[in-house]
Design a protein around this ligand. Structure first.
Ligand SMILES: [Zn+2]
Length: 422
């Protein structure tokens, strides 16, 4: 596709007809920016060590010109002719951040400061994003943390970061202005969480843009996924609270995804029983929202948490009715006969080979399994609403198995392919 009379170029390096690994470049003359910096996800490949070369060979990451850390041995095809380069992260989910450590240290990387804090906390044990060889535990490369609505200039390109609602704390969308185009990149977003207003504000700022690059995760799947769906984070929370209330004098445990900090915070705030989090999660809540909660630890990491809030693991294993606590492993040790609430934790679902054995272990222990999940992505009707609110001249749906299901009443639509430049 051609953008007539424009000097701006948009290149879709990866993460188009798949969910994950979005790497898009916007360039103007010798200036360029990239967003995001994750890998595509194909567990079936069973890669042995995930070096840069192995990831390239399996097309999980794209060939990029003078972007990767020179120490990784990437074979550049020519001299570096670019004046300014920067990378932006929309949020901390792995499919958007997994190769953060592979970026050339000379290239600045930006994200909302909440995403920086969360990513560093999640990677405290060096096992979240891909590690750099020869680095100490917990190495996450330098990220410049931005305030909401900050504007960064990269030569002739300016980028504004605007918070959006997603199930990763600190998610943002980008508003990119070059001298001849206004481009909006949504990152991952939704309208049904606690921060709906942020997503609406993003739509307002993106309104009338020349090109809208939007995620389409929810339209990847057929309708059966929406049977019995939970329609909002509030509805999800109400459901969890009612399970706790209806099971007095029973052991109630739960697990959830660590980046969904708001869900954890609301549960801690509103639960009828004191909530006890696993140490790493308690640390995340403390780092992100400065909330101190009860916690337990069965490792020797020093998170610097308040000792007076520590609960002994053996007391939790015996507990019936006093606490609601987060269980992350060793489900066989639970007291039989209780209830376990699975709220978007791993293993996520049937597609994961670990899921059925996990259900079997709970059933063998006579524990009632309650799956209470709420999507981090806009529902199909909300994606349409977002497009309508923004009314872009050109719609570019990505990050989806079925991008063609999203239409644009307000102008053109183009379905980009991997590697395409427009
Ligand atoms: Zn995400």
């Amino acid at each position: 596709m051609e953008l007539k009379d424009r000097k701006t170029k948009i290149t879709f390096h990866s993460g188009v007809l798949t969910i994950g690994g979005t790497v898009i470049e916007v360039s103007y003359g010798l200036d360029r920016i990239f967003f995001d910096f994750g890998t595509e996800f194909k567990p079936e490949l069973n890669l042995s060590n995930e070096t840069l070369q192995e990831l390239l060979d399996n097309r999980l990451i794209p060939e990029l010109d003078h972007v990767y850390d020179p120490r990784l041995g990437y074979k550049e095809k020519g001299e570096n002719t670019h004046s300014n380069t920067a990378v932006f992260l929309s949020h901390c989910h792995l499919d958007h951040t997994r190769m953060v450590n592979y970026l050339d240290p000379a290239i600045p990387m930006y994200a909302l400061k909440e995403t920086k804090v969360l990513l560093e906390s999640l990677n405290a044990n060096n096992d979240f994003i891909l590690p750099l060889q020869d680095t100490a535990n917990g190495f996450t490369r330098e990220i410049i943390g931005l305030d909401n609505e900050a504007v960064v200039r990269v030569g002739d390109i300016s980028v504004e970061v605007q918070r959006v609602d997603h199930d990763a704390y600190g998610a943002c969308g980008l508003i990119i202005n070059t001298p001849d185009m206004k481009i909006a990149y949504t990152g991952d977003l939704r309208l049904h969480g606690f921060d709906r207003e942020d997503s609406l504000k993003y739509c307002e700022k993106a309104k009338g843009c020349d090109a809208l690059i939007i995620e389409g995760v929810s339209i990847s799947f057929d309708d059966e996924r929406h049977v019995n769906r939970i329609n909002s984070e509030q509805e999800l929370l109400d459901k969890i609270l009612s399970i706790i209330e209806n099971n007095s004098n029973k052991q109630v445990t739960f697990n959830t995804y660590p980046a969904n900090v708001k869900r954890l915070a609301k549960l801690v705030e509103l639960s009828p029983r004191p909530v006890v989090l696993e140490g790493a999660y308690a640390n995340i809540l403390k780092q992100c929202l400065d909330i101190n909660t009860r916690y337990y630890q069965d490792d020797d990491n020093d998170y610097g948490l308040d000792e007076s809030l520590r609960v002994a693991y053996k007391d939790l294993l015996e507990d019936e009715g006093h606490y609601v606590w987060q269980v992350v492993d060793n489900h066989k040790k639970l007291k039989g006969g209780g209830v376990y609430i699975h709220s978007d934790a791993t293993p996520l679902g049937e597609f994961d080979p670990a899921y059925q054995p996990f259900l079997d272990a709970l059933a063998a222990n006579n524990i009632v399994f309650e799956r209470v999940a709420c999507s981090g992505h806009a529902f199909p009707e909300d994606l349409e609403e977002i497009v309508d609110r923004i009314a872009p001249k050109l719609l570019l749906p990505i990050h989806s198995l079925h991008p063609e299901r999203l239409e644009n009443k307000h102008g053109l639509r183009h379905l980009p392919i991997r590697g395409e430049t427009i």
